[in-house]
Design a protein around this ligand. Structure first.
Ligand SMILES: [Zn+2]
Ligand SMILES: [Zn+2]
Length: 170
């Protein structure tokens, strides 16, 4: 049974603490200033912020169903359920190093390439493990995915294509 940190509307001037090192403002839905975030996910992100050698920055936190509907995208996903966030490390983190760390704490881990060519990490709480590589396209529904149920297989794929993955920093 999941529990959530949840608020219908957040006054961003209050800049509330989500945990000892996370701020509510960083995870709000960009279109309605609401938040819903799994407390399990908050706990793991707090640990990541405390323990990993580089601080992370939030790309996408909670995004409500209406937000996705307005964009014409599937509204039923882990962000609208408060079960996932997307982060990056300002281009400091080595890809395999951060993936190896992330999979110890999170069982949903995705590496996503934006249309701009920049990368971020999707981290989620869930009941079953899933790892993936994704490349966003101009049209969101054209996003290409490669899914793995076993992280070691994704890691092998990355390692076996150094010419493509070598210079990727998150
Ligand atoms: Zn919203
Ligand atoms: Zn995501």
């Amino acid at each position: 049974m999941s529990t959530f940190y949840q608020s219908n509307y957040v006054n961003t001037n209050d800049n509330l603490d989500l945990s000892e090192n996370l701020k509510v403002n960083d995870f709000l839905c960009p279109h309605c200033n609401r938040i819903k975030l799994s407390t399990d996910l908050i706990k793991r992100l707090t640990k990541l912020k405390n323990e990993y050698k580089y601080p992370f920055y939030v790309v996408y936190g909670y995004q409500c169903r209406e937000y996705f509907l307005e964009k014409g995208e599937n509204p039923d996903n882990s962000h609208s359920k408060g079960m996932a966030v997307d982060i990056h490390f300002g281009g400091k983190a080595d890809l395999l190093d951060i993936l190896d760390y992330a999979v110890k704490e999170f069982i949903h881990v995705g590496l996503v390439r934006e249309i701009t060519g920049e990368y971020y990490l999707h981290l989620g709480s869930a009941s079953n493990s899933l790892y993936w590589l994704a490349a966003k396209k101009e049209n969101a529904s054209d996003t290409e995915y490669i899914y793995y149920s076993d992280y070691r297989k994704m890691r092998y794929f990355i390692e076996s294509r150094p010419e493509f993955f070598k210079n990727i920093k998150i």
